[in-house]
Design a protein around this ligand. Sequence first.
Ligand SMILES: N[C@@H](CCC(=O)N[C@@H](CS)C(=O)NCC(=O)O)C(=O)O
Length: 237
Amino acid sequence: MSTTNTALSSSSSSSSSAPSGDDLKPILYSYWRSSCSWRVRIALNLKEIPYDIKPISLIKSGGEQHCNEYREVNPMEQVPALQIDGHTLIESLAIMHYLEETRPQRPLLPQDVHKRAKVREICEIICSGIQPLQNLIVLIHVGEEKKKEWAQHWITRGFRAVEKVLSTSAGKYCVGDEISMADCCLVPQVFNARRFHVDLRPYPIILRIDRELESNPAFRAAHPSNQPDCPPELPNK
Ligand SMILES: N[C@@H](CCC(=O)N[C@@H](CS)C(=O)NCC(=O)O)C(=O)O
């Protein structure tokens, strides 16, 4: 069953060349706490693209991502996946680039080539150098006893690099004063870092940018606590 994302739908844009209408609305396979789904939710919200959410529980019955039906959608058995324009897309970065190329309103990449490279650099550190190492399937393999220390190690190592890059690239946001894909990747990763009780004090720029984006409506609407599949009983929502 899919659930309409209503958080931003009242502000949906009609200036896009994107297909519109309920029947053509993109469907995002998402899990409330998944940082990779969250990246795409932010990008969709920033670009004011209305979409429906199809929740995939990563924990129910051993993980719905592993069931045969979902494996047809995403052979990597991960979220997110996005059905859009008659295609099924997987991989959050590839999805964000598709959105950027097909819906250029509210760009998520700067015009300047050097700044674009910086955005991609930060995205890669997070998407290749941090998140995959603390992903659920890896933590299950590492084991309950060691998983917190393991996650802390890789997030700390990656955040050291991100903070260093930000020291020359950041303005109000990760790269200059415009929100970019790098910010879409950073904010969910900070949430993960807090989940694993990483000491974030050595990363003042990361913390400042995270605070700056906290109240942005597109980021707020994409937050795990505002997802239809977020458990109601969750503390610290
Ligand atoms: N490179 C992929 C990674 C996707 C990914 O790792 N998704 C996680 C949630 S953030 C997942 O589905 N994990 C399921 C598992 O580990 O079994 C992307 O960026 O979309």
